[in-house]
Write a protein that binds this ligand. Structure first.
Ligand code: SF4
Length: 556
């Protein structure tokens, strides 16, 4: 029998179609999945006891409490700690797969100088030479840590400059720093006692602040109620996740947040809805309404709704003096349910983006988000655990990945109370890493080490005899016999929580209404930390669920 090429095609097509109805392709797919998961380069946890340890996530300044499952000493699973009074078991999707990050292909494993492999001793020699030739700028992304003390001390001793890259949450508090004289890093929001929150595009239900804080409050006091105890009014130009769940969504024109805040302040003062505490905005109500794209009557109605259930707090998504000034008019600064001073610490910092004239070198700590690029021609020494690509730097220096170093965790940017915790090292790095603080101590051994600064902070907390430690048990600091015992308790991943600040601790002086500015929006996936890389699990959660909203996925 003659078999033509056409017969072969027909037979082949029939066989292929028939094959789909047999188990063969599905078995093949299954086997391929198993083989690809067992390639030799995929890390296999060593055999050993399975344990659950406690720690904190230090990937961003929120410092969420973690339960870490380890196998043979390797972290293999992450969950939230429900007993932690601040995060109450919540984590962002990034953390659930964060243990995978240490094996990420973009992990920085060796020192690189202009893209070429180099060594720690060459990097140290180059940095010491730069320090002897001119001023050095040191940039930190999470101030208030023991490592930050080392970075700031080095800058001070070597005629350098210490600067801070701020989260959008801290930037939103910056105007109060000028009007109260208190550092934005000592201010927070008393969300727990607010009854109306007016959010100007702040993603309160989608990655703002500590993940479990506002979402739990909203779930307990607002979700599913037509007249909730906690009213969330979202003023935003798109139907974000937060806007779609809010009690009211006010749809405004993009970039008109400042005009809207000024218009509301004017309506509140003109209609005598508040006892005027701030200067009158220059903008008229009709101009504010037309810029925001809503009617004058709707703006007036919104002003009346806002003050109907006090205490009221306005929250900006980023630096915006007019939204901050609305809080002054509302009497929310230094008030119950408003903007509060959580600590007596005074540190005010130079922002990282301030001009860097004549610097010889810029050292960037690994806590600085990867998308930050200094505006300088100086020699750049950048500590990173992961290379997110597209950033120019002279020296790329491998830093600790997830849970690979001892660090302390100061309070989260928007917290209303002062907190302190210690995150122990739970994972051994597989290659030589150094933190920026260790590197600086190796250049100048007279600096204090991170461990020493943590001891001093624990002694300070012990001598203040204030606050409570939340661990297996809840214990007042006054009950600890010694600073060593307090430190030992904190090393078990307990959290110290300071006493709430007394009301009226904050005096605010605003003589003139601030000039109008276009608000910067914070559309990052995590508003506080732009991840250079994502673990596979987070990518899956991000792409296939609605747990976190992607920029540009919003629709009206
Ligand atoms: S919000 Fe920040 S600290 Fe909290 S789990 Fe996510 S990355 Fe970690």
């Amino acid at each position: 029998m003659k078999v033509t090429r056409r017969d072969l095609f027909v037979w082949g097509a029939g066989a292929a179609a028939g094959l789909v109805f047999t188990p063969v392709p599905w078995k093949l797919l299954d086997d391929v999945s198993i083989w690809t998961q067992n390639w030799p380069w995929i890390p296999q946890p060593p055999r050993g006891p399975v344990e659950v340890k406690q720690s904190f996530c230090s990937l961003c300044p929120q410092g969420c409490a973690l339960k870490v499952k380890t196998a043979g000493g390797w972290p293999v699973g992450i969950a939230g700690t429900s007993t932690n009074p601040l995060t109450r078991g919540a984590l962002c999707p990034l953390a659930f797969g964060a243990h995978q990050l240490n094996w990420h292909p973009q992990r920085v494993r060796t020192v690189r100088h202009n893209g070429v492999p180099s060594s720690w001793s060459d990097a140290r020699a180059a940095f010491a030479k730069a320090c002897s030739e001119g001023p050095v700028v040191i940039i930190d992304g999470q101030p208030g840590r023991a490592a930050s003390t080392v970075l700031a001390s080095f800058a001070e001793k070597h005629n350098g400059s210490y600067r801070v890259e701020m989260s959008p949450e801290t930037r939103a508090l910056m105007p109060f720093e000028s009007w109260t004289g208190v550092s934005a890093f000592s201010l927070g929001y008393d969300l727990e006692n607010a009854y109306t929150i007016v959010s100007f595009g702040a993603p309160l239900l989608d990655g703002w602040g500590v993940p479990g804080r506002f979402t739990r409050l909203w779930a307990e006091r607002a979700a599913g109620r037509s007249d909730p105890q906690l009213r969330l009014i979202q003023i935003e130009d798109s139907l974000s996740h937060t806007a779609s769940r809010a009690w009211k969504w006010v749809n405004i024109r993009p970039g008109s947040e400042s005009a809207m805040a000024a218009g509301l302040a004017r309506a509140l003062i003109e209609e005598k809805l508040v006892s005027a505490r701030g200067p009158m905005p220059v903008i008229t109500i009709s101009a504010a309404a037309s810029q925001s794209g809503i009617s004058e009557s709707a703006l007036g109605e919104l002003a009346r709704t806002i003050v109907a259930r006090p205490p009221v707090l306005a929250i900006a998504s980023n630096h915006n003096p007019e939204i901050a000034a609305l809080n002054v008019v509302l009497g929310a600064v230094g008030a119950h349910g408003g903007v509060v001073r959580r600590s007596k610490r005074t540190g005010k910092y130079i922002p990282a983006e301030a001009q860097i004239p004549n610097a010889r070198a810029v050292l960037i700590d690994s806590s600085v988000p990867w998308d930050f690029a200094p505006d300088s021609n100086a020699e750049i020494f950048r500590f990173v655990a992961w290379d997110g690509g597209l950033q120019k730097c002279d020296w790329l220096l491998p830093a600790a990945g997830f849970l690979e170093e001892l660090t302390d965790i100061p309070n989260a940017p928007t917290s209303a109370v002062e907190t302190y915790a210690i995150a122990p090292q739970l994972s051994k790095p597989q290659f030589e890493i150094q933190s920026a603080a260790q590197f600086l101590v190796s250049v100048d051994p007279t600096l204090p080490t991170v461990e020493k600064v943590i001891h001093s902070r624990c002694e300070e907390l012990f001598h203040q005899r204030a606050g409570t430690v939340y661990g297996q048990e809840v214990t007042g600091v006054a009950k600890f016999d010694s600073a060593q015992k307090l430190e030992a308790e904190l090393e078990k991943a307990s959290t110290w929580v300071g006493d709430p600040p007394p009301p009226g601790e904050l005096r605010c002086e605003l003589r003139e209404w601030p000039p109008t500015m276009i608000a910067e929006s914070s559309q990052n996936w995590a508003s506080t930390w732009n991840a250079p890389v994502l673990p596979p699990l987070a990518t899956k959660l991000y792409r296939e669920s609605s747990l976190r909203e992607a920029p540009g996925r919003r629709t009206v």
